[in-house]
Design a protein around this ligand. Structure first.
Ligand code: ADP
Ligand code: ZN
Length: 718
């Protein structure tokens, strides 16, 4: 905003006006307004808000209103650049300073800062703490300090950044400048740590909770073919959409990425073992192109601000609930439906436990980590609402089960596993607590041939009472049971690395029949249906939607920015839904501020006018075409008469067919054989887009004809 504009007398008016004119949003969300007003008034704040909740606006809007430059401390370079690009798109003067800039570039930014031309300056923490930088700030006017990802100050947290500790200096040096610290992951202990380390004792705490209601949590068992499970999940529910797949090792990252590519998806690997150019390149493609899947170790993701990630999949178990929540939290930042999907197995549990025990960390640290892994395993094995458990972990409460996690949607069956557990535990005991799960399962099943049997004989275990005592369960079921016993702490895994298991104290009451054990039955891969909102949103079949995305992509490429920096999916979806006909109507759509309306309004309007009418025609215009058809006019004649495109007329007629107001034969003449060929083509493809069928037949059938055939099929199957 230009500095010549007079400030509004009331902070709330000025703030709201900035929100509407700069961002194009109608209203503040949840506590945003209170936070913004508090900071504009000079108060310190600690903001706890879920990812995607809208934390950035909490400091950006005050930055626009308060005099001087707002200094934003952020731990990651990619994030800074994205945020600055997004701000510039909205016409806000912003820049960043970090190690990615050349010294000339940095100097230019410093000059703009000194000239007080910047509304916002993003800085890496280590840079901010340099004496030169602090002196520079002394000479200018600082509007506020925003400390993003404030949980990085926590020493026990998983994102600890030593440079963050020094940020307490800010308060001593600039006592009158308000500070706002923000985070999306902090349990009570972490919150206390943030307050004490950043000296935020007098800050007002704004707690919006951490819930991410648009994310659907699903945790399933790796049934030995996790990759297949993943493929089915992606193809059934997220074909052509952006997602992240997390794996534990670099090797697995490579394999999975390659395999997904072979299945026809665009999947790119990302891990610390790849050259920095390659990593950069893959990250860029993920950010800029539509529908790229990134397969990564946890090295990927911090600072990734892409709003339209539709799924996060874990092919292995995260180390803690914090890690799980943060990684899955990268899905659906735009608030549209998204999935957090995981398949995990026995080997994950064993590997993670071993890694922990073998690490060089101090015992106190190991204890914390063990505790965190246990909590994560508890989340996997539980049978009630997962969201409630997740939120409870962050000291946040959800009164009712969520209805949007796998346990809520398809409540798992449980079974009384007491007797089976007793058999498993005594098998561990009788064989001397020296063997791994595979061997124990062989003994329980009474394996009587092959190498495995030889081993059993060698140890004389074929004479034990537990030999062959467990034929009522399958091999897979026993492995699941062992995993559950390990997860729940009845068995511990040998730390020396052989994967042998031993009994813990907790096993005793079960063995003595003093404790009942109820465990979840593993479901066969459950195929939950796409949520309604998702189905509604992914207007994949709408040509307008495709055309808008195409146009957005073109603009983004021209400017070298990610597509969502131009407009979010949600904004495009609103264009499809409302089909605005004038610039003024377009400007009312959420996410289109003054600057973007000026820069892109005309060109998007053109796309809408070209493709718009066919996508959501009003009832009366459909009826008019149907009436003309009934009067004996051909589609082409209707088009001429009504000055519509032929395409649009066919769209009307297709709707008429779908609603059983007319029949296919009323519109087109088509022989049985062609009709059957077309029907088969539609049936065999995923979704109901026209283009693939059009191309399949090399354009032999016009889009309008295809549209009508599809409508007839829909009606037949309804
Ligand atoms: P966070 O940093 O908390 O993860 P962001 O600040 O990136 O979240 O905001 C998430 C998304 O919500 C962004 O696309 C942002 O523009 C949008 N958003 C934030 N506040 C509002 C609002 N009041 N109205 C509409 N959209 C909003
Ligand atoms: Zn639930």
């Amino acid at each position: 905003m230009s500095t010549t504009e007079p400030l509004q007398p009331h902070t709330s008016d000025a703030a709201l006006q900035a929100l509407q004119s700069v961002y194009g949003y109608d209203a503040f969300r949840n506590q945003q307004q209170a936070i913004v007003e508090h900071v504009i008034g000079g108060g310190d704040a600690l903001v706890l808000m879920p990812t995607g909740g809208g934390k950035s606006l909490c400091y950006q809007v005050p930055a626009l209103i308060r005099a001087g430059t707002a200094v934003v401390v952020s731990p990651l370079i990619a994030l800074m650049r994205d945020q600055v690009q997004a701000l510039q798109q909205n016409g806000v003067s912003a820049a960043y300073l970090n190690s990615s800039l050349s010294s000339e570039e940095a100097y230019a930014v410093e000059t703009r800062l000194r000239r007080r031309e910047l509304n916002l300056l993003y800085v890496a923490p280590e840079r901010l703490m340099m004496p030169r930088m602090l002196e520079l700030l002394d000479q200018t006017e600082v509007a506020l300090f925003a400390i993003d990802e404030a949980h990085c100050v926590s020493q026990w947290g998983h994102d600890f950044r030593p440079e963050y500790i020094q940020l307490s200096v800010l308060h001593e040096r600039f006592p009158d400048v308000p500070r706002i610290a923000l985070t999306a992951t902090a349990d009570l202990a972490t919150r206390r740590e943030i307050i004490s380390r950043l000296d935020l004792h007098s800050a007002e705490v704004f707690n919006d909770g951490f819930d991410r209601p648009n994310i659907r949590y699903r945790i399933s068992e790796n049934q030995g073919n996790a990759r297949e499970q993943l493929k089915r999940f992606i193809l059934n529910e997220h074909e052509g959409e952006a997602g992240i797949v997390y794996c534990l090792s670099r090797r697995k990252v490579g394999e999975v990425a390659e395999w997904l590519c072979k299945q026809g998806m665009t999947a790119l690997p990302y891990h610390a073992g790849l050259s920095s150019e390659l990593r950069e390149q893959h990250q860029e493609r993920f950010l800029r192109e539509d529908g790229v899947i990134i397969v990564a170790t946890i090295a990927f993701g911090m600072g990734i601000d892409k709003p339209d990630v539709r799924f996060v999949a874990h092919l292995s178990l995260p180390k803690s609930i914090e890690a799980y929540y943060q990684e899955t939290g990268r899905a659906g930042r735009d608030g549209l439906p998204a999935d957090a999907w995981m398949a995990y197995g026995l080997q994950d549990v064993i590997t993670l436990r071993q890694m922990q025990e073998q690490s060089q960390a101090e015992e106190s640290r190991k204890r914390v980590e063990r505790h965190k892994l246990d909590a994560m395993l508890g989340l996997c094995e539980m049978h009630s609402c997962r969201r409630q458990a997740l939120l409870r972990y962050f000291d946040d409460d959800l009164a009712e089960p969520c209805g949007n996690c796998d346990n809520c949607l398809t409540p798992p069956e449980t079974w009384d596993a007491t007797v089976a557990a007793q058999k498993a535990l005594s098998c561990v005991y009788r064989t001397g607590q020296r063997f791994g799960v595979n061997y124990l399962v062989d003994v329980l099943l009474g394996l009587d041939s092959g190498r495995g049997y030889e081993r059993i004989q060698q140890f004389g275990h074929d004479t034990l009472a537990v030999y062959g005592i467990g034929t009522e369960l399958s091999q897979g079921e026993w492995r699941t049971l062992f995993r559950q016993l390990i997860s729940s702490g009845f068995l511990s895994v040998d730390y020396e690395g052989h994967g042998s298991v031993r009994l813990t104290e907790a096993a005793r009451p079960v063995l003595k029949s003093e404790q009942q054990l109820t465990l979840r039955k593993m479901l066969k891969v459950s195929e939950t249906k796409k949520s309604k909102a998702a189905a509604h949103f992914s207007g994949g079949s709408s040509r307008l939607w495709d055309a808008l995305r195409e146009h957005r992509k073109k603009l983004a490429e021209e400017q070298g920015v990610p597509a969502y920096v131009i407009f979010h999916d949600a904004t495009l979806a609103a264009m499809v839904e409302r089909a605005p006909q004038t610039l003024e109507q377009l400007g009312r759509i959420s996410g289109i501020g003054e600057r973007k309306l000026e820069a892109y309004g005309e060109s998007f309007l053109e796309v809408i006018l070209e493709f718009g009418e066919e996508s959501s025609p009003k009832a009366d215009t459909v009826a008019e075409s149907l009436v003309l058809l009934a009067q004996g006019l051909e589609p082409l004649e209707i088009a001429h008469k009504r000055e519509l495109t032929l395409q649009t007329v066919y769209r009307h007629l297709a709707l008429g067919i779908e609603r059983e107001e007319i029949d296919l034969e009323d519109v087109i003449e088509i022989d049985e054989k062609s009709l059957r060929a077309l029907s088969t083509a539609f049936e065999q493809q995923e979704g109901s887009a026209l283009k693939p069928v059009y191309e399949l037949f090399d354009g032999e059938y016009d889009y309008g004809v295809l549209d009508c055939v599809r409508a007839a099929m829909k009606r037949a199957s309804a």
